[in-house]
Write a protein that binds this ligand. Structure first.
Ligand code: M6R
Length: 369
């Protein structure tokens, strides 16, 4: 049932191109328009929403953090993202014009379920992004957009995460479409690229051997840090979460701009630091800033592991290890930059003799608060 792979996680990482394609299937028409009528939320609700609030846990929360960038940029609706476990305890401001998006692979996470019940009690409309047909979270929501990742067995979420991103991009674009956001060249390019992003994920998977070798060489380390900016920041958080749960290592993700506000004090000789570099085009200011961050940490002895787009030559002199990813529109980069981090964590866990599919102390679906 593992299809020839040693672990479900490896199988599920390999299934990502298909999972992404399946989640896109039938949802973009030939003219590049979104066809999400299945979501069945009245157009008036989508048009009148004055705030989006995303609730989720763990990896799904990281998908939500990335979704915020897309929703605010493409629709100009303010968007908050909150850990479901914190949400209802702080008396959040919700009303009929709040659109709540609950993201959950299993559809059974108790923290997310309790947060969505609270949101509905306050009159908010809840849309679930979920991978499990007929599970509790979609059943209790006003609407649902299913991800089509197929069953995810490994405790560490991989293909579900990529499909959650796809679903959130589709939703953000759909919200823009319904609200009449100007459909300029940027959006056309994004839709075109999204439609073929599964092939780019496949290309990344074909180049993972050096990442595996690097992971094995770091098996004796205690700590790995992850840095990113913009949508690369949640990717850094996700890379760190994967390493914690699988390799049982101390791993932390930071926004690269925060380095100088404290975390840089952690950098010492030979500390592995993974840096997710934004595209040199479009957000070039951020790109330049992260290149100087890489220089700074390297000057303090860090071993830099740099994930950068093909053709980004500026990072080459400062990268002890360079992992190439295909160039994509800025907001879509997490779909390709997350993949090496999943492979990295899986291989490190194996090298440390850990149980990859069933990490200690964890359950696939967390049905207690
Ligand atoms: O089923 P859900 O998406 O609601 O689960 C949320 C988290 O428990 C889950 O993403 C967890 O963080 C994973 N083990 C991460 O790999």
């Amino acid at each position: 049932e593992k299809g020839g792979y040693d672990h479900f996680m490896l199988k599920e990482i390999a299934e990502q191109p298909r999972a992404v394609a399946d989640t896109l299937l039938g949802r973009i028409d030939g003219a590049g328009r979104l066809t999400l009528d299945e979501v069945r939320i009245p157009g008036s609700v989508l048009r009148e929403a004055d705030k989006v609030v995303i609730i989720a846990c763990g990896t799904a929360f990281h998908a939500g953090l990335i979704a915020k960038y897309a929703i605010e940029h493409w629709t100009r609706i303010p968007c908050e993202v909150e850990l479901a476990s914190e949400f209802r305890y702080r008396d959040p401001i919700l009303n009929r014009r709040t659109l709540v998006i609950a993201i959950s692979q299993s559809g059974e996470t108790m923290d997310t379920l309790m947060a969505l019940r609270h949101a509905r009690e306050q009159g908010a409309k809840v849309l679930a992004v979920c991978n499990t047909n007929g599970s509790t979270i979609p059943r209790e929501s006003d609407a649902v957009l299913y991800t089509h990742a197929g069953p995810e067995v490994a405790v560490a979420s991989t293909k579900a995460f990529l499909t959650q991103l796809v679903a959130c991009y589709l939703l953000a674009l759909y919200l823009g479409q319904v609200r009449g956001t100007k459909w300029g060249d940027e959006i056309h390019a994004v839709v075109r690229e999204l439609a073929r992003i599964g092939d780019e994920v496949e290309r990344v998977l074909e180049t993972m051997e050096p990442v595996r070798a690097l992971a094995r060489s770091l098996a004796h380390k205690d700590t790995v840090l992850f840095l990113g900016r913009h949508v690369g920041y949640p990717v850094a958080l996700e890379g760190a979460l994967k390493l914690k749960e699988l390799a049982y290592m101390h791993a932390e993700g930071f926004a690269a701009g925060e380095l100088k506000h404290g975390p840089i004090a952690l950098v010492e000789e030979d500390l592995p630091v993974v840096v997710v570099v934004p595209s040199p085009k479009g957000r070039s200011v951020l790109h330049d800033k992260i290149v100087s961050n890489i220089q700074e940490i390297r000057a303090r002895g860090a071993r830099t592991i740099v994930i950068a787009e093909e053709g980004d030559e500026a990072v080459v002199p400062y990268a002890d290890h360079l992992i190439r990813i295909p160039a994509t529109p800025t907001l879509l980069q997490p779909l390709v930059s997350t993949v090496p981090l999943q492979v990295f964590a899986c291989e490190l866990a194996t090298a440390r003799g850990n149980e990859v599919d069933q990490p200690r102390n964890l359950a696939k679906s967390v049905t207690v608060e």
